[in-house]
Design a protein around this ligand. Structure first.
Ligand code: SAM
Ligand code: SAM
Ligand code: SF4
Length: 378
């Protein structure tokens, strides 16, 4: 099973908190980028063929900053080069305000069936403060166009909490508006202050008024309660969904399965090897002009590494790690590898055993990384 992540590194503006691989769209060689991406896909699939691409996820940057024509070229190429069954999950990330009926029609004609929209907040003042260009009204207008294009409501929205100046009341209102849309999937991220972002600089200068840690914790708890009340079950640390609507693509990551990483700065995992592409656009384009793959670094994993990752990634899911799957994948008994540390973690109420799965407890979920570390094998 192999999935595909495809990166579009262009944005029409740069948000103050974001350190993902992206550049301002204006003046960029977007048409050449699309052609190079298709060349990379062709070369990658020749080297690592697959019968079927399980899921496709086009992320960014802002994929919807491409014109309808550019999206058409990209998606037509993807469908020609990648074996993919219609109906499998095919997601495109979108910024509210960028989606026109024309772009949506192009997307649906090539089998795109899920949209992931970066809403972040419904508080217009806050949106402005974090460098977004859309308003809450844009989200509602976009939802109408999505409806018109016949996408159903297979839309996920991203929200960020613990934003500078965000009050509990503002966040509660965001939750209310988000849940009133009754979407099948919600992602909820706490703001991370990333190096080399505008927010990071402001924080260093003491100009960022972040909510205290206890408020951040309360915001998450409040959100989790509301999500559950509305039938959106937490299935991963930051993700909630209606029954059967978990993101299949993200589950590929958390189940530690293989995926192609395509486009500038994309990460991939093939043949037990993790790799990362060149990030800057010109560094990405140059090798492809010379018929070489734009890979910047590779790391071949030992079986020990893969076991550790199986645990770190799998424990992010509330369901946890399947012991049967672990035994099948590694041809080893889970208890031979991890039997010794389990009683202690269980006694500390950090993990629990639930029908063939090892999962974090509520307490373990809060500590996250501290628990993951215990699964390092000496
Ligand atoms: C990289 S963006 C790409 C999607 C699209 N360009 C957008 O902004 O809506 C994907 C998601 O990452 C999340 N994100 C980005 N930077 C973050 C940060 N510093 N802290 C928390 N979440 C962040 C946001 O929720 C965003 O929607
Ligand atoms: C923060 S997540 C948001 C996912 C969304 N909430 C959902 O459920 O569909 C998506 C972002 O992670 C990054 N990303 C995901 N997979 C990646 C990969 N294989 N390589 C590089 N970046 C990746 C991209 O920047 C993308 O915009
Ligand atoms: S959050 Fe999205 S739109 Fe904003 S800079 Fe990052 S990738 Fe671009």
């Amino acid at each position: 099973m192999t999935s595909a992540y495809i990166h579009i590194p262009f944005c029409e503006h740069i948000c103050y908190y974001c350190d993902f691989n992206k550049v301002m769209l204006e003046g960029q060689p977007v048409d050449e980028y699309v052609q190079s991406l298709l060349k990379e896909i062709k070369m990658t699939l020749e080297q690592f063929p697959t019968d079927n691409t399980e899921t496709i996820y086009i992320g960014g940057g802002t994929p919807t900053s491409l014109t309808a024509e550019q999206l058409d070229v990209l998606l037509a190429g993807i469908r020609e080069l990648m074996p993919f069954k219609d109906g499998n999950e095919f997601t495109v990330e979108a910024n509210p305000g960028d989606l026109t009926l024309e772009k949506l029609n192009v997307m649906s004609s090539y089998g795109v069936n899920r949209l992931s929209m970066g809403v972040q907040s419904f508080d217009d003042k806050l949106l402005k403060k974090i460098g977004r260009k859309h308003s809450a009204q844009d989200v509602y207008d976009t939802m109408k166009v999505i409806d018109k294009a016949g996408f159903g409501n297979n839309v996920s929205i991203d929200l960020i909490y613990a934003l500078p100046g965000q009050t509990m009341a503002s966040f509660e209102d965001t939750l209310k508006q988000a849940l009133a849309l009754d979407l099948p999937h919600y992602s909820l991220y706490s703001l991370i202050l990333e190096n080399q972002t505008i927010f990071y600089n402001w924080a260093r200068q003491g100009r960022l008024d972040l909510p205290p840690e206890d408020v951040e914790g309360n915001m998450f708890e409040r959100a989790a309660e509301e999500m559950e009340k509305h039938g959106k079950k937490q299935y991963e640390i930051s993700n909630f969904s209606a029954p059967g609507k978990q993101s299949q693509h993200n589950l590929v990551y958390w189940n530690n399965e293989h995926y192609y990483g395509l486009g500038a700065g994309a990460s991939g995992y093939l043949n037990q090897t993790r790799y990362k592409n060149q990030g800057p656009i010109q560094h990405y384009l140059k090798p492809l002009r010379e018929d070489r793959l734009p890979i910047r670094e590779t790391e071949e994993l030992t079986t020990k590494n893969v076991m550790e990752e199986q645990m770190f990634l799998g424990l992010r899911k509330l369901k946890g790690v399947s012991i049967t799957e672990f035994n099948r994948k590694f041809g080893r008994d889970f208890y031979d590898v991890y039997g010794k540390i389990l009683p202690q973690l269980e006694a500390q109420d950090l993990i629990q055993l639930k029908d063939d799965h090892i999962a974090l407890t509520k307490h373990g979920l809060i500590l996250g990384n501290e628990v993951f570390e215990k699964f390092l094998i000496d």
